[in-house]
Design a protein around this ligand. Structure first.
Ligand code: NAD
Length: 385
């Protein structure tokens, strides 16, 4: 069985779906691994390390994909007209594709996977159950993004984060507010605390309160009966009512004007990110303040953020970097590759040679499989068949 690890070709992607460590594991299980030349370069993983781990290196992308049974990617394959190569056309019929496929952002891609007869699994749909924790790409990547967001803020900030009492005077600690206390938000709180900031955070899920406080942050939240229903069975947030949004806007407006740094991390799966910081709120902040919008690629939590840009509005810098986990590519690749290894390993049976044994009734495969056998099988996308 052949595993293909192509070079990622989408803009701003620096990560790679297998590392020399995971390649070694795949080879140990009896798989043949082919890595495209340069696939790990942006993550500082040169071809020689993959070769030493037992992979063969191919310069020609068509040769990487040819005969592959399993294709490991970070992002969904390019299709004709999207870039330098029609990657989807190169994936052999019947192959298993594992990647963050973002089908809500590209609904046409799902029938296209069915059309070429591949089994496409979207790793971001792995359910948040104990058995799947090691496969959870959203958590591994959000955790690093939350960390990096605070460092990006610190880089743009023209002041120090911790309190410093020096002979020349005292530097006040930065006040950091984190909007959304999920995986990224909690890591942002922890990172800002480590840097000595005074940290507060808000969320719509009451369960976040204890987590924020255990990290030394102050939790502020709209008091409302609605929050009791704000969390789905999967642990995600729901879209809130207009009344809640108005009250939350008042709370954020009141708090934000005294903050130096705001880290925006709020997301609602499958929807545009909630707008939490409007132009008036940005204008209320002191010049020199920083807003980092991690949700910028999902529509943004801040109306002033622009994808891929650092904009200055009335002296407030609004940071909207693309692909923040990709800004910490070596560790992001290491964790992502490990997530893929943990996902793939139970799908392999290794008696009498290695082969795929896919049980589509399994909770994890049922949640992640978009297409199989030429059909769109995921209920959320079946209408687009
Ligand atoms: P996410 O990335 O979808 O959203 C980030 C945060 O934004 C969430 O905390 C969400 O509640 C919050 N948010 C959404 N709308 C908001 C609004 N209007 N105002 C303020 N905040 C808003 O979520 P996530 O980081 O992936 O985590 C979601 C939950 O899943 C968390 O409780 C996390 O601890 C949990 N989780 C569980 C497991 C597991 O059990 N295996 C693994 C990872 C995460």
């Amino acid at each position: 069985m052949k595993v293909a690890v192509p070079r990622e070709r989408r803009a701003h992607e620096t990560r790679v779906a297998a590392t020399p460590d995971t390649v070694k594991k795949y080879v140990g299980m009896g798989l043949e691994v082919v890595v495209e030349a340069g696939a790990g370069m942006a993550a500082r993983l040169p071809d020689e390390l993959y070769r030493a781990a037992g992979a063969s290196i191919e310069a020609d992308p068509a040769s990487v994909y040819r005969g592959a049974d399993i294709v490991l990617k970070v992002q969904r394959p390019l299709v004709a007209g999207e870039g330098e190569l029609d990657e989807l056309a190169l994936i052999p019929k019947g192959a298993l594709l594992l990647a963050v496929l973002s089908p809500y952002n590209a609904p046409d891609s799902v029938p296209a996977y069915a059309g070429v007869g591949i089994t496409a699994m979207a790793l971001e749909f792995v359910p948040r159950i104990t058995r799947a924790q090691g496969m959870d790409v959203l958590s591994s990547q959000s955790n690093l993004a939350g960390y990096r967001a605070v460092l990006d803020a610190a880089f743009e900030y023209d002041r120090a984060m911790p309190m410093m009492m020096t002979a020349a005077g005292t530097v006040a600690p930065a006040k950091v507010m984190v909007l959304g206390a999920g995986v990224a938000g909690l890591q942002a709180i922890a990172t800002a605390k480590r840097l000595g900031a005074i940290v507060s955070a808000t969320d719509v899920r009451p369960a976040a309160k204890e987590q924020v406080e255990s990290l030394g942050g102050r939790f502020v939240m709209v008091e409302s009966e609605e929050t009791k229903e704000a969390e789905t069975a999967g642990g995600y947030a729901k879209e809130m009512s207009e009344d809640f949004k108005r009250r939350q806007a008042e709370l954020v407006a009141e708090t934000i004007k005294s903050q130096d740094i705001v880290i925006c991390t709020a997301l609602i799966p499958g929807r545009k990110a909630p707008t939490l910081v409007n132009d008036d709120m940005v204008a209320s902040m002191r010049p020199g303040s920083i807003i980092v919008d991690l949700a910028v690629e999902q529509g943004g939590n801040c109306t002033a953020s622009r994808p891929g840009e650092v904009v200055e509005v009335g002296g407030v810098k609004v940071v909207g970097h693309f692909n923040v986990p990709g800004r910490i590519a070596t560790d992001a690749s290491a964790l992502y590759a490990k997530n893929l290894l943990n996902f793939l390993t139970p799908l392999l049976q290794t008696e009498d040679g290695v082969s795929l044994a896919l049980d589509f009734d399994d909770e994890i495969l049922a949640a992640t499989t978009l297409t199989h056998g030429g059909r769109v099988t995921h209920p959320a996308f079946a209408d687009n068949k």
